[in-house]
Every structure is written in C-alpha cells, then in structure tokens.
Design a protein around this ligand. Sequence first.
Ligand SMILES: C=C(O[C@H]1C=CC=C(C(=O)O)[C@@H]1O)C(=O)O
Length: 471
Amino acid sequence: MHDEHPGRVDATPSGSRILRRYDVEVTDQKSDAHPAPLTVKTTRIDDITPLLTLVDPRRPLAFVRRNDGIAGVGTALRLEFSGPRRMQEAAQAWREIAAAAEIDDEVGLGGSGLVAFGSFAFDDFSGDVSVLLVPRIVLGHRDGVHWITRIGSASDVASENADPATLGAEFSVALRAPESFGPTEYAAAVTAATESIGRGEVSKVVLARYLEGALPAGADVRVLAADLATAYPDTYTFAIDGLIGSSPETLVCSEGGEVTARVLAGSAARGTDARSDAQAATDLATSPKDLDEHAFALQSLLQSLAPHATDIVTAETPFTLRLPNVWHLASDVRGRLTGGASSLDLIGALHPTAAVAGTPTPAALEAIRRLEPFDRGRYAGPVGWVGADGDGEWAIALRCAQVTYSASGDPVSIRAFAGAGIVAESDPAREVAETTMKLKPVVDALSRAVPEEPGRPLPARPAWASPAAGL
Ligand SMILES: C=C(O[C@H]1C=CC=C(C(=O)O)[C@@H]1O)C(=O)O
C-alpha cells in the first residue's frame, strides 16, 4: 500500500528532519505520527539483473564496486539532516530506526538486511540537505551471493516490484565553467591560498572548482553511473539522491569490528606510454610536495580515528595508485574498533579529512569558504551505506556530479566538481591541470557519442522481480 500522505514526522532544533515517504517527491505536510517500525526480509536469489537497470532512471540509487554492491528501488524512509551535527543526528536516528525494525535476513552479509544509503554535505553550513534513504527494495551482490531485501511496514513489505528497464540512450552534455569562476579565477584562488600558507595561517587547503551544463529532456541519468562503473571499475560508483560519481577514496568501512580506510592525496597525470607512465609514478612517489600533501591527509585521518580504534596500522610510505585518468599517492589504514562506534559515528568523526579540506581543519575550512565562491553541496562529503548493525561502507564523494531536478522531478542540470590539495609549493597552472584531470571521468561520461540505436539490450525479466514469486 502506498502512503498517500507522506509528511514531516520529526524536527530537531538544528533543522534536521525525518520524512517518511513512498514517492519521489517530498512534501512538508506535518504529522505527529512517528515512523512505523520497518519490517525487513532478505532472501537469497540465484542471479541478478545488472543492478543499474533496476533503479529509477531519474533518481538512481546504487553503490557498487566491481561486481559487488547494492541498488535500491522506491523509498520507504527518507531522513534529512543539516547543520554541524548532521552526521551525529543521522547516527542517532539510524540507531533508533534499526533497533525498532523487525529484520529477517537469511543472507547475513554486509549490505543485506536493513540498509540506508547516505550522502552528506561537505560543509556544516551548506544549503544542501544531507540524506539517509531507505529503499523499498534492495538488490545486492557480494562474493558471489545475490539477494533481494524488501522493506516496508508489516502490511506492505512485499508490495513493490523491481522491474528492469533498459538503460536509456547515451547523451552528451556540454559542461562549462561558470563565468565568474573559471580556470583563471581558480588559479588566482590557488595563489591566494599559497599566500595564506606563506603567512602561516594554514598549512594545506583543498580548493575545488566546477563545470555545469543542461541535461537533455528525459535524460536517463543511470547512463552516467553505468558509464562510470564501466570506465572506473575499481572505484566506488555511487548514485544517491542525484549525486553520481566514481570515487577512488574510502573514507571508512566498518565490518564486524574491523575498520579500514584508503587515504588519497598527491596526484600526477598518467604518462602517454609505458615508459612515461612509469616515470610519472616514480616522480609522484618521490615528490616532496606531493608527499607533504599526502602526509597531512594521512595524519588527519589517523588522529580522528585514534579515539575509536586500536591496533591501527598503515605503511610507512604511501603507494602509487593507478587510475585510468590519474596516479595518486595512497595509504591503506586498518584498525580494530573500540567503543562500538557505528560507521555513521565514524564518518562524523573523520569528515572532513585533509584530503578534501586541508590542515589545520578550521583554518582550511575558513579558507575554502573565503576562496571558493560556491557551495560544494555534497561534493567531497561522505557517501555510502549503513546497515542495521551500524557497519557500512563510506567513500568520499569525489569525481562526481550533482543532478538538479525540476519541480516535477525531471533531471534538468548537472554540476561536476573537482579539487586539488594546495601546499606551499603549489603552482596555480598545475593545479588547474590537476582539476581538469579529476573532472575527466564525468566529462568523458557526459561526452559520449549517441549510439546508432537508443537503449541497451536487457536480459529477460528475472523471476524474483515479482512478489508473486513469493519473496
Ligand atoms: C579533492 C579531490 O581529490 C583529493 C583526493 C585525491 C587526491 C587529491 C590531490 O592530489 O589533491 C585530493 O586530495 C578531488 O578529486 O576533487
């Protein structure tokens, strides 16, 4: 049964709100009711249709890497948060929702059972809301296991289908920098940041810029996510509340008491042949400027993680991570959780790391607010999912774009972001080039030629897609 009266059910002093809704559009109708406890049933299935063919073409919901991941259909619950305590409030709300839920999960893997997808704004004072979204249906794969989860109140848990729909035609979008903040203005902001570093006000600042463009009418934005997943299979491809991207950086993953992170900072262009590519990696691994930039990011992560974990290990020197568009300096971090923090508590403790803000954090945030003449929204914020036990996978929303919607819910425009870590030795022209490199995944995916025939072939409708199959 669909709830005809989705409405506001809780409001916190900071302005966060919990909305229960079953349709894409949120209404602000007030209600004193609290959300009914969720009933959740996860069943193993034999196989699964490509996840992205199952999700909403206008507002896809997915978090995938290589063949593993989860995708969501419909909305059982939408929770919105804002302000400096948005992640702490989300952690608390999620604890209550998960504790009240009735969960029957025969799979028991990360991502099965009750999950919420989430995307959080970068800045405490962003105009964009942060969200946790609980879908009506979750489809998942992990380690060769496939499952479907149905979520709802007791009466409606099995009432929604996940029907595959052919991906729409490729589309091409001309992305442009805003007139007021193009490459020249970005370079000037980099200079201002290095001057501020020279005056000792801050040690590192991550400065971003953006490109934007209009989407063609009826654009199926799953196509962007599908192109990114194909081109960047080793990254986390995400599509959550219109934020679509492919991030190589793990903010934090927690599973069964173990916590992991992958810190990235320090970048170089890929070479044009094998020899120049190997040279680019060696130069990056020995560049004092990039090693400094990396050390700030790693230190900030280690310091913020320390109160929540023990036996924290990381290598003494970063390794070079090869992506199709760029080399990065990378450090993997591992530890054991103490004190029972959920993955939402952890993102609240770790965000923003110096990979996306700078060092020291307050001065870097102040410089970003002063030098970037736009709201980052959810770019560079945590993006991922959390399960009922608090475990989850959270990337940093990089190499991504935010879709904006018309009042009727149609995708109308898109804004792609990229930033670069600025330290004392940064050269403005090189930082402009670095952001261009980092914009490449989204720019390329939005410049695809329109194929001869629209749409892509789909496998036959799977048996589990219907509640008649008894799932
Ligand atoms: C801020 C971004 O990248 C961060 C992650 C990896 C390398 C970075 C760098 O070398 O500056 C940045 O810290 C971005 O992609 O928008």
